[in-house]
Structure formats: structure tokens, C-alpha cells
Design a binder for this molecule. Structure first.
Ligand code: GDP
Length: 437
């Protein structure tokens, strides 16, 4: 997320950290670089200008120039100003129950996906979410929502025949309440551009279901355009929050950094990938530290806690300690890790790793390994030494890979087993030698 912005900012700040003493001149140079980095990330011009002015004022105010570790202090000031820019204060949804949420936005912004993602997140927190498909113009969108709702075990209602959106909304709401739902998410129709018909329709739906939250789903990859869209929706409907999607990949960051200060509407959630787990509450502090290349370990740990079964993890650790970790366990563990979301989104949260692009085939590689193990019998997974040439060939065929790959996996596994045995035996020196090879 925001790799190129992170790279440029850390570059600008590294020059400050490196210099023993700060002078007006090298500070001015560094801040010029910071400003250029913000502008090239498509941050709104006035937002970037005000940002630099605030950082400058804060530096002067704190007498940074005389301090012991001036570079670090500037980083701290920039971090604090970034947090302010991203939006301070609460980013939670209203606590009221039942909670009615209108999801609005343009076509392709990720509205339907985000509706399901939000439902999943709320369900994890103990809510009973229910989604209502109101996009009567695109039966495919209703189908997509229904599939996702089923997958995430959310309540669902829609009507593929009616042309009366407010009536659909009212019936959906009544159905949800009758089923004891406590958060009702309305996935409304989108358009390619904002037009009066769209706004009028959403206004009528709003009057019919009286939502507590009106959330705009905006495509974060659109930069300033997303900010303009948000402003127009806010003027027309009075938004209570934003979901910025597609912050994975090579998004430049301009939308995330400008949207709150331009519209006054807080970002509440972010989408960071296509999977339903690639969705997070928005924490300005954490994003600021990610942008400054300091990683976001807190989010990483939270995602692990939410998606990984604690008892299972402990069982695995125990098996590793006892050196009886086999390919069956390896497969189970890979499946657990996958639940945390895409590998790229996990990497982005690790300190120093946010700029690292995984090879495009990393995910594919994992799938191949999975296929190989799945083609083995349970006995073979437990004891790979059973695998003779013939069986290896059959497994390669079954998994659709080359025998070479099967051999590599088994070899890697045997090495790992050796290491585990040494750890168990406490032979650390031998182990270090082994790892160096
Ligand atoms: P809608 O027209 O606004 O309902 O958009 P959809 O929910 O159908 O999403 C449009 C496309 O964007 C789909 O291919 C989604 O998988 C994709 N998408 C949605 N959110 C994200 C995200 O956070 N990251 C990425 N990479 N893709 C996303």
C-alpha cells in the first residue's frame, strides 16, 4: 500500500536523519521533498501546502533545531500531522441497534464487495448482519451479493422483479427485522457517473428506510477523482462515513490523504484486496506509520487473532517442538495463513516490508504446493519417506506439476525435519551450521 509514497518520504527523511545537525537549509530541502512526494501521490495541492506549513510551524515551535535527535523528532512531527490529515477521532460505526446502513457509490468502486466485507467484519464482532440488494438495474449485482452473503452466512433479501426501490428497501428492512437482524446493510444502485437520477433514487430510499449511517464506497485508486466524487455525494446526501477501496496494489495514496480534510467525512474502513478478509477498520495512526515505512504490526496481529484458530496454532507449535510436524500439518497451516488474506496485504503490514513486491506467482506457488500435498495419501503426508519414484510421478500427475517440484517439496521438508530434530535435541551449533549451508 502506498509503496512509492513511502519510498519517497523515507528517502526525504533519511537525509534528515543522516545529518548530525539540522539547519534551516537542510530542513527546507527535506520539506520540499516531502511536499513533492505528497503531490506525486496525487494529494490535493492545498492539502499538501497546508500540511507542510503545519509541519514547519510545529518544528519551529518545538525548537527541533537544537534538539539531540532532530531527525527523529521531525519524523514524529510528520507522523502526527499525517494522523491529523487522515482524520482524528472516532472511525467506528454508530453503536445503535438495529443499525441501518446505506451503502452508496459509483459502479466498480467495490460497493457490493465492501457490503459483504463489512457484513463479515460485523458478524465476527458478534452482530447479526443482513444485506439487502437494492441495485434493481443489475441483476448480476444482486446475484453477486447473494453469493457473498451465503458465503459469509449473512441474512439476504432482494427482489429481482420490482421497479420500486423504496418499497424494496422497506420490505427488505421488515424482513431483516423479522429475522432478528441487528445491522442492515442496503447495497444501492451505482452509476458510471454521479447523475441526478441516481441521487434522487437514493434520496427516496433514504426517506423510506431512515438510515443511521450513509457510507460512500470510493475507489481509492482514483486519487483526486475519488475526492471529487465524495464531495458530490456528501453535498447531496450527507454522508456519515467513507470506505476507501483498492488501497492494495500500487495505489498512490492521494485519496486517503486528502479526502477527510477536503470533505470533512471520516474514513471508517479500507479495502485492501479482493478477498472478503482484505478489509479493515480505519486507524489513522496505523496508516500513518505504514506510510512512513514503519509497518503496522498491530493490524497484523489483530488479523492473525481474528482468523487463526488459537488452539490449532498451539497444537502446531507443540508438534514443531516435538519434531513430529508432517506434511499434513504443513497443509493445515498453509490453509490457516491463507485465511488472513492475500500474501501481499500481509507483507504490507510488516515493518520494512511494505515496499517489497512479492513475485507475482507467490500465491500460485502456494496453490501448487497445496495441490501436491493434497494428491498424497494421508500415510504419505505423515511419512513422506514412503514416496518412491512411481508414487512421486503419480502425485505430480495428480497435482498437474512436474516431478521435479514434488521432489523439491519433499527435499525441503526433509531438511526442515532435520532442523526440527536438532532443535529438539538442543544441538544449536550443528543447527546453525546446517542453516548456513
Ligand atoms: P460495485 O460495482 O461498486 O458493486 O463493485 P464490486 O463490488 O463489484 O467490485 C468491483 C471490482 O473491484 C471487483 O472485481 C472487486 O473484486 C474489486 N474490488 C473491490 N474492493 C477491492 C479492494 O479493496 N481491492 C482490490 N484489489 N479489488 C477490489
Amino acid at each position: 500500500m502506498f509503496e512509492s509514497l513511502t519510498e519517497k518520504l523515507t528517502g526525504a527523511l533519511r537525509s534528515l536523519r543522516g545529518t548530525g545537525a539540522l539547519t534551516e537549509a537542510n530542513m527546507a530541502d527535506a520539506l520540499k521533498e516531502v511536499r513533492a512526494a505528497l503531490l506525486s501521490a496525487d494529494v490535493h495541492f492545498t492539502v499538501a501546502r497546508d500540511f507542510i506549513a503545519r509541519v514547519q510551524a510545529a518544528c519551529v515551535g518545538q525548537a527541533v533545531l537544537k534538539s539531540v535527535s532532530p531527525g527523529q523528532q521531525v519524523v514524529k512531527i510528520i507522523n502526527d500531522e499525517l494522523v491529523k490529515l487522515l482524520g482524528e477521532g472516532t472511525t467506528e460505526l454508530a453503536a445503535k441497534r438495529p443499525l441501518k446502513v446505506l451503502m452508496v457509490g459509483l459502479h466498480g468502486s467495490g460497493k457490493t464487495t465492501s457490503t459483504a466485507k463489512l457484513g463479515k467484519l460485523l458478524k465476527k464482532k458478534g452482530a447479526r448482519p443482513f444485506v439487502v440488494g437494492c441495485d434493481i438495474y443489475r441483476p448480476a449485482a444482486i446475484d453477486q451479493l447473494e453469493i457473498l452473503a451465503k458465503q459469509e452466512e449473512l441474512g439476504f433479501y432482494s427482489d429481482r422483479v420490482t421497479k420500486d426501490v423504496p418499497a424494496l428497501g422497506t420490505t427488505g428492512l421488515a424482513t431483516a427485522l423479522a429475522q432478528n437482524a441487528d445491522v442492515i446493510l442496503f447495497d444501492t444502485a451505482g452509476r458510471l457517473q454521479i447523475d441526478t437520477d441516481l441521487i434522487e433514487e437514493v434520496k427516496k430510499l433514504k426517506a423510506a428506510v431512515t438510515p443511521d449511517e450513509i457510507i460512500l464506497v470510493a475507489d481509492g485508486a482514483l486519487g483526486q477523482e475519488a475526492v471529487n466524487v465524495a464531495k458530490a455525494f456528501h453535498d447531496a446526501l450527507g454522508l456519515t462515513g467513507l470506505i476507501l477501496t483498492k488501497l492494495d496494489g500500487d495505489t498512490r495514496g492521494g485519496a486517503a490523504l486528502s479526502i477527510k480534510s477536503v470533505t470533512g467525512v471520516p474514513i471508517k474502513f479500507i479495502g485492501v484486496g479482493e478477498k472478503t478478509a482484505d478489509f479493515e477498520p480505519f486507524y489513522p495512526e496505523r496508516l500513518a506509520s505504514r506510510i512512513l515505512g514503519m509497518g503496522d504490526v498491530v493490524s497484523l496481529v489483530e488479523r492473525a487473532q481474528e482468523n487463526i484458530d488459537q488452539a490449532e496454532a498451539e497444537k502446531m507449535a507443540e508438534k514443531l517442538r516435538k519434531a513430529d510436524f508432517n506434511l499434513e500439518d504443513f497443509l493445515a497451516q498453509m490453509q490457516q495463513v491463507k485465511k488472513m488474506g492475500s500474501m501481499q496485504s500481509i507483507m504490507g503490514m510488516m515493518p520494512g516490508m511494505s515496499g517489497v513486491q512479492l513475485p507475482g506467482d507467490a500465491e500460485k506457488q502456494m496453490k501448487r504446493t497445496e495441490a501436491i500435498i493434497q494428491s498424497m495419501t494421508i500415510q504419505e503426508r505423515r511419512k513422506p519417506s514412503l514416496l518412491n519414484g512411481n508414487r512421486r510421478m503419480r502425485i505430480a500427475n495428480g497435482a498437474g506439476v512436474k516431478v521435479l517440484e514434488v521432489n523439491q517439496l519433499i527435499k525441503q521438508f526433509e531438511q526442515m525435519q532435520k532442523l526440527m530434530k536438532m532443535m529438539k535435541g538442543g544441538n544449536q551449533q550443528k543447527m546453525m551450521r546446517q542453516m548456513e549451508q
